[in-house]
Design a protein around this ligand. Structure first.
Ligand SMILES: Nc1ncnc2c1ncn2[C@@H]1O[C@H](COP(=O)(O)OP(=O)(O)O)[C@@H](O)[C@H]1O
Ligand SMILES: [Mg+2]
Length: 230
């Protein structure tokens, strides 16, 4: 929670228009796992998982409001339709208009209605890549709790592209935390798809003080760039 407040402060200091997307962390993944949302979706799992992630969203929204942002939560369950765990339909014009109007949307990974599976989990990583394709954004950053994507010696891989992915793929794995959306591997695969459509992104450590500020200010940071370059 302290981290969220710090990050909200750093976003304010950078003073740039922003769309915030966050994952569920310990708010949502344990519930999605407990209720077997992916294998055996039911209403109790939907309600409990959604509620957990809403709590986290409220913390983020309030932290940004305290920093002076007109922040408001956007909840995928209410507006996004998936098919087989992939975003199928989502009218993002509302988000564009909010940003133009000076509002800061704070969107999150969520359990959503799914035309094939009943319900499914859509990760913050999927939300990020979907929006990156639809909105006109200058930079895309994925803040996580490690120094980007690490190699077998724990060193940050500076750049991952479709052509070097095979070389590094073996040591990009899931998460050691409760995570139902693929951990670092899920993140990199999502961002590689985005890179293939020509949109670069950066994975950096948002757990370290000042990193979000530096990223938003265009400063050089230790991070992994996900690029479509051959
Ligand atoms: N090669 C790797 N480099 C960095 N993290 C990795 C790697 N392989 C697996 N991981 C795991 O993935 C985690 C990051 O994914 P995740 O927990 O889903 O983060 P987030 O909550 O930011 O989505 C790391 O904390 C680490 O446990
Ligand atoms: Mg994750």
């Amino acid at each position: 929670m302290q981290n969220i407040k710090r990050i909200a402060g750093e976003i304010a200091r950078a003073s740039v228009p922003i769309v915030v997307v966050h994952g569920a962390g310990s708010f949502g993944h344990p519930q999605a796992k407990k209720y077997h949302i992916q294998q055996n979706p039911g209403t109790e799992g939907l309600v409990k998982t959604h509620r957990a992630v809403l709590e986290l969203n409220t913390v983020f929204v309030e932290a940004l409001q305290k920093e002076g942002f007109a922040a408001t939560g956007i909840h995928p369950l209410d507006c996004l339709l998936a098919k087989r765990s992939v975003v199928k339909r989502w009218g993002v014009e509302i988000i564009e208009r909010m940003v133009d109007f000076g509002v800061t949307p704070v969107i999150h990974g969520d359990v959503v209605m799914d035309t094939a599976n009943g319900i499914s989990v859509i990760s913050g990583d999927q939300i990020l890549t979907y929006l990156a394709k639809k909105l006109d954004v200058a930079v895309i950053g994925a803040g996580t709790a490690v120094d980007g994507v690490l190699d077998e010696n724990g060193r940050t891989i500076p750049c991952i592209t479709p052509s070097n992915f095979k070389e590094v793929s073996d040591y990009i794995r899931g998460s050691t935390d409760d995570d139902v959306t693929g951990g670092m591997r899920g993140k990199v695969l999502e961002l590689l798809k985005l890179a293939e459509s020509g949109i670069e992104s950066v994975i950096f450590n948002a757990d370290l003080s000042n990193m979000v500020f530096k990223f938003l200010s265009g400063e050089d940071i230790c991070a992994t760039r996900i690029s479509g370059a051959k």
